[in-house]
Design a protein around this ligand. Structure first.
Ligand code: NAG
Ligand code: ZN
Length: 360
């Protein structure tokens, strides 16, 4: 069979049948992972994200000392600690709006944190020079923003094996290494999913990551229209209403993959927090963590990836299955499929994900 996963033939009815069988599995006692027999031919949408490992040496052997006083792994961080600071964070980018949010932040002399996903929403690998994302990431860093990790392909981390979970982090590290020459020590789990029972919290500690959640949720992903974005503004305003800038601090989540977040909500948040006397800073700064602790340097040992970046034979790849035909990004997420050798088989593993936040 062809090694190109995008060549399997789809039919809508086959996808519906697969969806139905996944729904049955989801309704059964199976939590998160299920091994299902391969009986249906599915097109693996090339508009979605494959799990090709970025080029260059794996970062897995790089030493990961746990520097500073901010906790690593464990239940994670919800709160800033430096009074008067507000850390606005953006997940899931870079995307087509990210350059504009950098313009807005610059116009306010504000700093923020970008939890970067390496290969989501069908945007292609961040370190692939055929894509614009590396330039955006370099600019965000040069502008003084913090670069953090939001995994390689945005899976439910608790649903993966420990090896798959670590590879999600290594792959994003390798891509960021190829772009910047270093990788982050701060991460945010997609869907805030990193349970102790799954081993995720311990894995993140072993990899030297601060698990970074938030205490103000704008819910911008559900309000991405001119009429709805006021809800996200209200969520922000309510979220910071109780405190005063002499004693309080906040850690705010938004998503730079949404137009209204970038073109409307961001300026509102900055106007509001500045009027209350807060300073818009990075996550590291709001935690009082010196910048030297935010990253681990990693030698760039290969040229950045190109369009020729190819799946390595014999490796495992994850593909998101989409029900929306050719659209990009995928709006009807079905599942993530792990494929050994790109050969569909009875050992293929589906991650039973839900379509959340318009993530692929
Ligand atoms: C920005 O949000 C407000 C609601 O808060 C809305 O009335 C306005 O149309 C939005 N602007 C744009 C450019 O979408
Ligand atoms: Zn996300």
């Amino acid at each position: 069979m062809s090694s190109n996963p995008a060549t399997y033939t789809p039919t809508r009815s086959a996808l519906r049948l697969l969806h139905a069988s996944l729904a049955i599995l989801r309704a059964s006692a199976v939590q998160g992972l299920a091994v299902v027999p391969w009986g249906i031919v599915v097109r693996l949408q090339d508009a979605c994200d494959d799990n090709t490992v970025p080029p260059g040496t794996s970062t897995s052997t790089i030493a990961r000392p746990l520097l500073g006083s901010v906790p690593y792994g464990g239940p994670g961080i919800y709160d800033c600690t430096v009074p008067g600071t507000i850390a606005i964070t953006y997940d899931d980018g870079p995307y087509i709006y990210t350059d504009h949010v950098l313009d807005v932040l610059k116009s306010y002399n504000a700093k923020a944190t970008f939890f970067i996903t390496g290969n989501n929403n069908g945007k292609g690998e961040i370190d692939n020079t055929a894509n614009p994302w590396a330039t955006t990431i370099k600019r965000a860093y040069a502008d003084g923003h913090q670069i953090a990790s939001h995994t390689w392909t945005h899976p439910f981390l608790s649903s993966l094996t420990s090896a798959q979970r670590k590879q999600q982090m290594y792959s994003n590290e390798m891509a960021l290494r190829n772009i910047l020459g270093f990788f982050p020590t701060y991460m945010r789990p997609p869907y805030s999913d990193c349970t102790p029972a799954s081993g995720c919290e311990a894995d993140m500690k072993a990899l030297g990551y601060h698990i970074t959640y938030f205490d103000v949720d704008t819910v911008d992903y559900n309000n991405d229209s001119p009429t709805l974005i006021q809800n996200a503004k209200n969520n922000f305003a309510k979220g910071i209403a109780a405190g005063s800038s002499s004693t309080a601090d906040y850690l705010v989540i938004g998503h730079d993959i949404h137009y209204q977040t970038v073109y409307n909500l961001t300026a509102y948040m900055l106007d509001t927090l500045l009027a209350k006397g807060y300073k818009p800073v990075t996550v590291g700064e709001c935690l009082g963590d010196p910048q030297a602790n935010w990253y681990r340097s990693a030698p760039v040992d290969l040229q950045p990836a190109t369009a020729a970046q190819a799946a390595k034979p014999g490796s495992a790849h994850a593909h998101n299955l989409c029900l929306d035909g050719q659209s990009n990004p995928c709006s009807i997420f079905l599942a993530s499929l792990y494929v050994q050798d790109d050969e569909p088989s009875s050992n293929d593993i589906y991650e039973l994900g839900e379509a959340v936040d318009n993530h692929c």
